[in-house]
Design a protein around this ligand. Structure first.
Ligand SMILES: *[C@@H]1O[C@H](CO)[C@@H](O)[C@H](O)[C@H]1NC(C)=O
Ligand SMILES: *[C@@H]1O[C@H](CO)[C@@H](O)[C@H](O)[C@H]1NC(C)=O
Length: 533
């Protein structure tokens, strides 16, 4: 009888299951689970014969980036440094364990309410972003435990109708490639290829310039267009990741895609309102860069400039265009953006401000006005000048880099909570004649000066003090008040573990752990392997 009943029920249960499955599929697999973008015919394809290939052959002569540390720095562990490194690793593990317990597989942990959050497409952003940090910190068992999650990631499975091309590239693609470079785990490269094929669809526009958002429906219909007023950093900072993917796979298409954006930059560099620099917004659809009158190394434009010397490093110096564009742009930055703030003790530090081109009639340039605004995002500028200076043998740039990094550290110390707000105003000295953490770390490795380790330690303590919650760390509302009173935003973006804590860890580590002569960091702090000499 039992068997009969089950038999009678089975068809109805079957129909019910089919309906449920259809609903679930419609909800989560709207964009076809496991959609193979490599097989999707592009509307504006590039024939393989027309593709530019990444340069081959041994790297050309480039300047040594790291300081020649004495042998003792590698072999004899300094007890104080080791204990600082432990403290950073403990902070990392505290966040990691909370993520594991409360938000495993989610993009982010909400560090106050202790819940998982979906903020970047639902592909475990914190986990993917942290892979190389786990390896660097020697947390191998934790790393191994992530691999099944990575293997199960399905880029077609998202509730979002579009994704941010830049963020997905620097976090997910950068994270996978970096962890592959460090571990050789095949699954990481396979996932990077799948993701790279999806991101490659963003270049399927009439002029092959990518839009800010990759909209899946438009991508499938072949109706995408580049933006007419997009942040200039977004389409121009995909180059390191896509180039590394071509280098690792031998497939030139990813490199070709980003090389076309480079040619756009090269074509427009002298056509802007401030020739030599590119403005904060550009018209990628019509390939024009002259409308916008605002110029900065900070938000909206930052990684455009950052990636110029970094691309030269990743290509082993083979593409001279990157060096040329960098040195030209930095001449203008030096002349119009750098300023020395008026400080009571006359500290020899520099900040990078914003420039606005004021126009007279009919678009004729009148003069360039400096807007003396220090930006947190602009803190990378010290490291960029340092790297450019070392690679291309420009001693003055290393000095500028040092003064910018000290400026950044000064600002950290200067605010009551000990942490910089994103944007702050300042009174500039008339001339710069007399000088975040990526910068502090990079300059430590470039100069070997222990003062940078001290700066990093003060920053680490201040960050911990202001952002710690009971179980992790949270973004805060206001840094101009005492640390204990800072309002917590219940947000821990994946870069806190992936970037901030990783750089703190490395600055207290022996200098051959991720040597700057072997690796170049993307803008999300993922080290990518440079060509071997
Ligand atoms: C992690 O996995 C690798 C490769 O499967 C293995 O060799 C290694 O022992 C594992 N490490 C730990 C700590 O489990
Ligand atoms: C942490 O914050 C407290 C209270 O605001 C302050 O007294 C203390 O000096 C801070 N410690 C560090 C290392 O910044």
């Amino acid at each position: 009888m039992g068997a009969r009943r089950r038999g009678a029920l089975a068809p109805r249960a079957g129909i019910f299951l089919v309906i449920v499955t259809v609903i679930i599929c419609f909800r989560y697999y709207r964009f076809d689970a496991g959609y193979d973008w490599s097989q999707h015919a592009q509307r504006f394809p590039v024939a393989e014969a027309d593709m530019t290939r990444p340069p081959q052959g041994p790297p050309l002569r480039q300047g040594r980036v790291q300081y020649r540390f004495p042998r003792a720095a590698f072999v004899a562990p300094d007890a104080r440094l080791a204990s600082r490194r432990e403290a950073v690793r403990d902070a990392f593990l505290r966040c990691w364990n909370s993520y594991k317990e409360h938000a495993w597989g989610y993009d982010e942990l909400a560090p106050v309410s202790l819940k998982g959050k979906t903020t970047f497409g639902g592909w475990a952003a914190t986990l993917v972003d942290s892979l190389d940090a786990l390896l660097i910190m020697g947390l191998d068992a934790e790393f191994n435990a992530t691999l099944p999650v990575v293997g199960a990631l399905d880029w077609a499975r998202t509730a979002d109708s579009s994704i941010n091309v830049f963020e997905t590239t620097i976090r997910h693609l950068g994270g996978l490639l970096s962890a592959y470079d460090l571990s050789g785990e095949r699954v990481l490269l396979l996932k990077a290829i799948e993701l790279g094929d999806m991101l490659y669809m963003a270049f399927d526009t009439p002029n092959r310039m990518p839009p800010f958002w990759l909209n899946f429906a438009q991508a499938k219909a072949g109706t995408q267009r580049a933006g007419a007023a997009d942040p200039s950093a977004a389409p121009t900072s995909l180059s390191l990741e896509l180039t590394r993917l071509s280098q690792l796979t031998g497939n030139p298409k990813y490199f070709d895609a980003t090389d076309r954006v480079k040619k756009f930059l090269a074509r427009t560099q002298e056509t802007t309102q401030l020739p030599g620099m590119w403005p904060v917004q550009m018209d990628f659809a019509n390939e024009r860069a002259w409308e916008s009158r605002d110029f900065t190394l900070g938000a909206l434009a930052d990684s455009l400039y950052e990636y110029l010397p970094k691309m030269s490093a990743l290509l082993g110096g083979h593409d001279a265009a990157y060096e040329r564009m960098y040195t030209r742009a930095m001449d203008v930055v030096e002349r119009h953006l750098l300023f020395r703030p008026m400080l009571p003790h006359g500290d020899d530090i520099l900040f990078s401000g914003n420039a606005r081109v004021l126009l007279e009639k009919e678009g004729v340039q009148q003069h360039v006005e400096l807007v003396p605004e220090g930006q947190h995002l602009g803190c990378f500028a010290g490291g960029m000048f340092g790297l450019g200076g070392k690679l291309f043998g420009i001693e003055k740039h290393v000095e500028i880099g040092e003064r910018l990094a000290r400026g950044c550290a000064w600002a950290y110390d200067a605010f009551a909570a000990g942490v910089m707000p994103e944007i702050f105003g300042m009174i500039p000295c008339p001339s710069i004649a007399e000088g975040s953490i990526e910068s502090v770390f990079l300059l430590y490795r470039m100069t070997g000066k222990a003062e940078y380790q001290e700066m990093a330690w003060r920053m680490f303590l201040a960050v911990q003090n202001a952002t710690s919650t009971e179980h992790a760390n949270s973004a805060i509302l206001d840094v101009t008040i005492e640390a204990s009173a800072t309002g917590k935003l219940d947000s821990m973006e994946s870069f806190f573990m992936a970037e901030t804590l990783k750089y703190f860890y490395l600055v207290f580590s022996p200098p051959d752990l991720i040597s700057l002569d072997q690796y170049v960091f993307n803008t999300e702090a993922h080290p990518l392997r440079r060509p071997k000499r």
